[in-house]
Write a protein of this length. Structure first.
Length: 151
């Protein structure tokens, strides 16, 4: 959310111990970021399927989603109400480029930037990390206080 959209105007968060009752910590959480023209939902759980780390972008003309390392694009017909209707015949898997050395994974990217002086990708930048922490903190405050937090 932070890397794509910047600072939201408001944040709403909720959390709970939903699956692992013997551990006194929240095991599931939702954080909603609210911007003037978009909403983003982040879900977190340490009780979910380990390989489920996907993203879905719902737009007015279609949907982009990741699914097990693939990017899938679905166009919405103007007369259709939902991206997720019975007909997903127009779903297309888009080819993904192979990342070059220095960008294939987080540790490699970190070391590459330190060794070469190359700038960190936006997603890996300290600025985005700080903003992400601000959003998460607002989500926790929202959960504890029961209301939206303005940023």
């Amino acid at each position: 959310m932070a890397a794509l959209f910047g600072r939201p105007k408001q944040v709403l968060g909720t959390a709970g111990t939903l699956a692992k009752k013997k551990f006194p910590v929240d095991d599931n959480a939702l954080v909603v970021g609210l911007w003037p023209n978009r909403t983003a939902l982040a879900q977190a759980s340490w009780t979910q399927n380990p390989d489920y780390h996907e993203m879905t972008f719902l737009g007015t003309d279609g949907t982009l989603e990741t699914s097990r390392g693939k990017l899938i694009k679905t166009r919405t017909k103007p007369e259709d109400f939902s991206h997720w209707g019975a007909e997903r015949m127009n779903a297309k898997s888009l080819p993904l480029p192979k990342f070059p050395p220095g960008r294939r994974n987080g540790p490699e990217h970190f070391v590459h930037c330190l060794r070469t002086g190359a700038p960190f990708l936006k997603l890996c930048s300290a600025e985005v990390g700080l903003l992400a922490q601000e959003i998460l903190d607002a989500g926790l405050k929202s959960h504890r206080g029961g209301s939206r937090i303005r940023l």
